[in-house]
Every structure is written in structure tokens, then in C-alpha cells.
Write a protein that binds this ligand. Structure first.
Ligand code: 13P
Length: 317
């Protein structure tokens, strides 16, 4: 383990690279990253990187976003197959067809797209949001427009509740957050009656309604910082998030939902990145995210949505 960490550090110097890692990466990767964060923080951090290479330890749409926002940087992703069920649920041609159908019905709408989507889908959108800025961006949609929200129907329904804006929802879900069972959560609540529950807004409504805090991963960390006493915390999101929570707020006790006997709260796509693949991609300079024709339009939408405008508002704040 130590050898491979030393190897990665040396390669990072040699290749003039910065490692960005999402909170859902395993702890070894998060530990040696230069920056860790949620999707929003990492997209913004990518624009501040001074080195000529970014290695993005996360899933494909995150590395793609980093490339789109930094056309002149080399962006590497340890495993090109690190995908996302939400991105897969919304192919660009299907979205275009649906938008054309709505227009043919005379519907006046703007498309608000969760960052967990392909660049081609972003290019068809008016706005891109993350769990960290969704409320703020939705407030920028003029009230006389309907909102088509894609691809996450659970995040969309949560945003309907919070903003009071009715939305046309795409039928996509995250395979990790979708499977949390309310029975498991209620069992854990019985075992830890004083616990507080934090849930990602990608969770279905029946999990969110039993939660004390609903918000993105960065919002969850901020919420934990507000708890005055050491507390039992039930965590309804990808299980690697617990490492970052423990690291920042070791005074609390963390319990994954649905529980440590089930591996279904681990994202199989995030798990494709390993220390070995991180080392190999630095050594070989691939897999690399290459510029695609749709990136130009996606860039305009991303810059308008993520880089310009208030930076503090977060789902759940
Ligand atoms: P955050 O932006 O809250 O980290 O969420 C990222 C994600 O992909 C959740 O599944």
C-alpha cells in the first residue's frame, strides 16, 4: 500500500498533476487527493488548478465536466467505465425527442439538468445543477416557464417541495440511493432512538420524510458541524461518505443505511477507480477525456450555471 502511494506521489510530480476526488471514492484515494469535494466544489476547484494535468477520481460525467470547464488541461480518469445510472437513464436523443414533443404541444419550458448527465444532454439544457446549487439555479428560471427537470425524478420531486415549482420529471434514478429501504432505516432508528438521519436528495421521498437533514454531500458535512453534542448519525448516501464525515467530525458515531451487512450502498461505478488504476493512468497518460463537438455548447451552460452567480446556497441549507 505505502509503495503504491509513494509511486503515485512521484508520478504526480513527474506529470505535473493535481488529483481531485469525490467523497464517494474509497478512503485511500480520498486520503492522497489534493482536493476532495462534492460535484459542485470539485467542478469549481478544477477551474483553479495550476498544474497541466487533472486526474479526476470520480465518475465519467465529473471528469467530463472538469475537461469542459478547462479545455486546455489534460484530464485523466482512472477508469473510463466509471459511469452513472442517472446519466445512462437519459440519452440525448430521447431528451431531444421529448423536448420537441413538448414544444409541439405549445409548452413553454426551460430544461434544468442534474450534473449527473452526459455533455450531449447538458448541451440540450438551459441550466445544469448539482445538489449544492439546485435551489438557487431554479430560482433563476423565469416564473412564466415550466421546468423540465432531468434525469433524477427523486431529486426533482425534492426540489418541487423546496422551491414550490411544479416540474415535468424525467424517470431516472440513482441505483445506490434508490435501493435504500425505509424498513432498514426504521430498524436503525429503533436501535439508535436519539440518532439524527441525513439523506441525499437522490433518495426516494419515503426515506427523505424520515430524515432530519436532506442535502448534498457538502451540505451534510456542514450540517454535522452544527451538531453541538456527540451524536449517532444515520447516513443515507454512498457509504464512502462516512470516511469523510469521520475525518471531519470524529466526535459523532456514524451508521450507514441500510447497514453494514449490505453492500448495496456502495456505488459500483465509483468503485471502479482503484489506487492501481490511478497509478497506471498517471504513468501512461490515459484514459484521457478528449474534447467532443458538444462540449462547446455544454460549456456555455455549465459556466452560466456553476461559475456565475451566488456560490453559497445549498440544498438543505
Ligand atoms: P454530490 O454533488 O452531493 O456530492 O452528489 C454527487 C452524486 O453523484 C450523488 O450520487
Amino acid at each position: 500500500m505505502t509503495d503504491i502511494v509513494a509511486e503515485i506521489k512521484a508520478l504526480k510530480e513527474r506529470e505535473d498533476a493535481t488529483i481531485l476526488a469525490h467523497y464517494y471514492q474509497n478512503s485511500e484515494i480520498q486520503e492522497l487527493a489534493d482536493f476532495t469535494g462534492d460535484s459542485l466544489k470539485l467542478a469549481r476547484a478544477a477551474t483553479q488548478v495550476k498544474t497541466k494535468t487533472i486526474v479526476f477520481c470520480g465518475v465519467h460525467f465529473m471528469a467530463e465536466t472538469a475537461k469542459i470547464l478547462n479545455p486546455d488541461k489534460r484530464v485523466l480518469l482512472p477508469d473510463l467505465e466509471a459511469g452513472c445510472s442517472l446519466a445512462d437513464s437519459c440519452p440525448a436523443d430521447k431528451l431531444k425527442q421529448f423536448q420537441d414533443f413538448l414544444r409541439s404541444q405549445g409548452r413553454k419550458f426551460q430544461t434544468v439538468t442534474y450534473i449527473n448527465s452526459s455533455a450531449a444532454v447538458k448541451a440540450l439544457s438551459d441550466w445544469v445543477v448539482t445538489s449544492g446549487n439546485a435551489v438557487e439555479v431554479i430560482r433563476r428560471v423565469p416564473p412564466d416557464y415550466e421546468i423540465l427537470f432531468v434525469p433524477d425524478k427523486h431529486l426533482g420531486s425534492y426540489l418541487e417541495e423546496v422551491t414550490g415549482r411544479k416540474m415535468i420529471l424525467w424517470d431516472g434514478t440513482c441505483i445506490v440511493h434508490e435501493v435504500f429501504s425505509v424498513q432498514d432505516l426504521l430498524e436503525l432508528k429503533k436501535r439508535y432512538p436519539k440518532a439524527v438521519t441525513v439523506a441525499h436528495p437522490e433518495c426516494p421521498a419515503n426515506i427523505r420524510e424520515h430524515s432530519d437533514f436532506v442535502g448534498g454531500t457538502e451540505g451534510m458535512l456542514r450540517f454535522l458541524g452544527t451538531l453541538k453534542e456527540p451524536t449517532d448519525v444515520l447516513v443515507a448516501t454512498e457509504v464512502n461518505m462516512l470516511w469523510q464525515m469521520q475525518h471531519n467530525y470524529p466526535q459523532h458515531r456514524y451508521h450507514p443505511v441500510p447497514g453494514i451487512t449490505c453492500a448495496c450502498n456502495r456505488c459500483p461505478f465509483m468503485a471502479r477507480n482503484t489506487l492501481e488504476k490511478l497509478r497506471d493512468c498517471l504513468a501512461k497518460g490515459e484514459p484521457e477525456i478528449h474534447w467532443q463537438p458538444e462540449f462547446d455548447k455544454a460549456r456555455e451552460v455549465l459556466e452560466r450555471s456553476l461559475l456565475n452567480g451566488p456560490v453559497k446556497t445549498t440544498v438543505g441549507d
